[in-house]
Design a protein around this ligand. Structure first.
Ligand code: GDP
Ligand code: IMO
Ligand code: MG
Length: 432
């Protein structure tokens, strides 16, 4: 793949998150000028490994790690100010200065303390029906954005008196609501919240801007944009495995709205997937392996959440879901990650269909009950024993691994251009 020929590009996850988007965005950043987050918030955890250094970013776009690159937090992000300031400080302590390389949209909605509280209270009340959220206040923040009257945006930080009034009014409302709904007896203190947020505003004032105009002018002057998707396509609020999803548009079709760029902007859409499938939190996962093989994958792949530390559920590669995501986002190229993790298995499975007691499903369907009932149709291929972590070209891969990649490509119907055999930049093979 000739990166320099790529137009404005987005990177999105093809399953339920944690596909390795962070590594791919980091790899691509040198070929772009600006890296833009367009969705999600602190629920994301994007890992980048550079030599002996490991970074886990939640709100800052991964591009911020590369010197001289600009990073944009777009209007579609649920912005946790305490979280992003913490990340900035931690990077500064490691010698990475951000300065004006970070641009924050004045239209982004803020995650407020009541959002995190609401997330926790709501999940606890749902009991065994809970979504298994990351408790970062994402759902309640986006719900208030749609509600409008109870939302606070970055632009509101500029007018302290008005902000205080807004926080006072919303705090009263939320305290009443939490007591009535959840019998909560620890009301939030409006003044403390306002003082804290005005402090955040002081810290970030120089970074706030109209990012839609900033990106427009950047594109006009020939700058190249890389859009960093958070979460995964199957967690999309409209198109994912609802209701076990997040609350934003996680696929490529979320880019224009969430970043504030025209619909025809994207020239390339790179889908990222693991060579198997994982999921954190509740919800359907037809190819899940609740057995020794699932545990083997979890152990070898270090499949524990970057954001919450929860063990990830592991299963065979879900080609039905991958095909669905490719179609939805208009994926033009694919990166397959974690081939090294599958080493040592006698055979590797691919989920090629879903069946239910009522018959085969045509694909990933909207009916949550049918998705819960879905059993996987598995096709097995020979596994491989070779440690792939030192492999540096496609030709050096065992024939079984190459056959496996070829089969995935055929099933998804989109070229696999990048293959990853470890977390580091050097552990990346270009296939086309
Ligand atoms: P993201 O949310 O999509 O950015 O993915 P995460 O960072 O949450 O999870 C992916 C994990 O896999 C991280 O710990 C990466 O360092 C790691 N990783 C990425 N690619 C590979 C790979 O090819 N092999 C192995 N073993 N680890 C990888
Ligand atoms: P990255 O960007 C994996 C999942 C949560 C939960 C559901 C809803 O690192 O791939 P939320 O807190 O968003 O309301 O949780 O979505 N989830 C993720 N799972 N990776 C992510 O992000 C996720 N972001 C949200 O586990 O099931
Ligand atoms: Mg992650």
């Amino acid at each position: 793949m000739d990166f320099n020929k790529l137009g404005h590009t987005c990177v999105v996850g093809m399953h339920w998150g944690d596909e390795g988007k962070g590594k791919i965005v980091d790899l691509l950043t040198e070929h772009f000028d600006i890296v833009v987050r367009f969705n999600g918030g602190g629920n994301a955890g994007h890992t980048v490994v550079v030599g002996s250094e490991k970074f886990a970013l939640h709100l800052l776009p991964v591009g911020i790690l590369s010197p001289n690159k600009t990073a944009v937090v777009g209007p579609g992000v649920a912005l946790d100010l305490a979280g992003i300031i913490d990340e900035i400080d931690k990077l500064a302590a490691r010698g990475i200065t951000i300065g004006d390389r970070l641009r924050i949209s004045d239209r982004a909605n803020l995650v407020m303390p009541w959002h995190k509280k609401q997330d926790n209270l709501s999940e606890a009340a749902l009991g065994d029906k809970k979504i298994g959220t990351t408790a970062r206040g994402i759902g309640p923040c986006y719900a208030d954005k749609m509600q409008r009257a109870t939302a606070i945006r970055v632009v509101d930080l500029a007018k302290p008196d008005r902000l205080r009034q807004k926080i006072e009014r919303i705090t009263q409302f939320k305290n009443t609501m939490f007591t009535a709904l959840y019998n909560d007896r620890e009301p939030l203190d409006a003044k403390a919240v306002a003082d804290q947020y005005l402090g955040f505003a002081d810290r970030l004032r120089g970074n706030v801007t109209d990012t839609t105009m900033f990106l427009y002018e950047a594109m006009q002057s020939g700058k190249r944009l890389l859009f960093e998707g958070a979460n995964g396509t199957l967690l999309d609020v409209d198109h994912g495995t609802f209701p076990f999803v997040t609350s934003s548009s996680t696929s490529a079709i979320g880019v224009p709205a969430g970043a504030g760029v025209p619909a025809q902007t994207l020239k390339t859409c790179l889908g990222v997937t693991k060579a198997y499938t994982t999921r954190v939190g509740a919800g359907p996962f037809p190819s899940e392996l609740n057995n020794d093989i699932g545990q083997y994958i979890r152990d070898r792949g270090h499949e524990y959440g970057t954001t919450t530390g929860r063990p990830r559920r592991c299963g065979w590669f879900d080609a039905v879901a991958a095909r669905y995501s490719a179609r939805l986002s208009g994926i033009t190229q694919i990166a397959v990650m974690h081939l090294d993790t599958l080493t040592g298995l006698d055979q590797v499975g691919i989920c090629t269909g879903y069946r239910t007691p009522a018959g085969a499903l045509p694909g990933l369907v909207s009916d949550a009950t049918l998705m819960e009932q879905a059993e996987p149709v598995i096709e097995y291929m020979p596994g491989w024993k070779q440690d792939l972590r030192e492999v540096r070209s496609i030709q050096q891969l065992p024939a079984e691994t190459r056959d496996y990649i070829d089969r995935l490509e055929t099933l998804i119907g989109v070229p696999i251009s990048i293959v990853s055999v470890g977390p580091e930049r050097t552990q990346t093979l270009m296939r086309s």
